[in-house]
Design a protein around this ligand. Sequence first.
Ligand SMILES: [Ca+2]
Ligand SMILES: [Ca+2]
Ligand SMILES: [Ca+2]
Ligand SMILES: [Ca+2]
Length: 421
Amino acid sequence: MGLPETDGGIVCDALRCGGTQGRKAFELNNDRNLITLMKNSNCSVRLPLRISLLLISAFVLLATSVDVAAQSPTISVRDVVVAEGNSGTTQATFVVALSAASSQTVSCSFATSNGTATAGSDYTGNSGSLSFAAGEVEKPVVVLVTGDTVDEAQETLFLDISNVQNATIDKGRGTGFIIDDDGPTISINDISITEGNSGTKNATFTLTLSGPSVEAIAIRAITAAGTATAASDYNSINLVVIFQPGTVTRTVDVAILGDINLEQNETFTVNLSEPFGTTIADGEGVGTILDDDTLLVVEESGPAPQQAAAIDSLLFTRDPFPVKRIAGWFNFPAGQDTLVLIFAQNLRLNQGETAANVVVNLVDANNQNFDVPATDVSAVPNTDLTQIRFRLPDTLAPGTCKVLIKAHGQSSNQGTIRIAP
Ligand SMILES: [Ca+2]
Ligand SMILES: [Ca+2]
Ligand SMILES: [Ca+2]
Ligand SMILES: [Ca+2]
């Protein structure tokens, strides 16, 4: 059984001593012929010294059960939390508990009393007596809470015990918390905001209660990405909004990041969760970021109206551009016609986009219409310009050719370039 010996005695383990780790369990007596079995101050057993350690261990187990029986347990009433409900009754179950099983019958009386809740309207008063049979450690006491749909503050009632027999009172009062579930409903609105070109501006959402509340209300507001992306189009929020009693509106701000990039209008949401003292009627606020950037073909003065700033990207010559490259310089096969650069404002490729997502639309002097995917779209360093490279179609007619850019679901203004005969 392995009982260790220390300090002239034998120290029992927690189990065998009924929970007192390290307490001395045995002691050699002065006459060396007896040992004393130490259980507690009013329980000791003297034994002849010459009994085996195994027998001592058996006595430990026996004495432990004797000891538990001799101990007086403590008795406590646990607190309970219950949601009120809207009709009928809800059970609030208090538990009256002993600290340990007893071999004696433990009994007590119990009775409810009002805290801020009122017997007869908020709950049904209850009283009576409890009897713990030997070995029993818990007894429930059910109090019926009356449901209603009236907005109220949280309320309390008590369960007290008295006339306790064969136990000592550790916690003689339990508190029942009736959580009101009838607060006003809450909604968040949808808003639109123009993006801006730099820095941030606030998109302000309004949270509205259906009516004033008698108690403080709390709710969590968290942004979620839609077509708009956190950190590039807006800054995320995750916060708790508090309504003091009587307050019916609160606002939350989401910072919108300005840019000069042409985009579709984009959306994100502010979602409500974890309501306290309220229920959610409309928990999704949609924020629409209205793009305010216009895709522009850069124009310059030239011999043709609205002449686009354009150069031959290989030869750096201005228009008019030959469709076929100059014979004798290069011997290009078909489909390798002149590459032209035009310039645009407010255009950056989005993540995942390639140059081919940008299309150059050409309408030539014969009204032939071409959509030509760009072969390169890149920012011009140290400017807000973007250069767009594309190849002239084989059959492009000589004369004035209208050019515009299609990107991000939008079209630019129309410029012109001239095509050489
Ligand atoms: Ca209710
Ligand atoms: Ca209520
Ligand atoms: Ca902008
Ligand atoms: Ca933009």
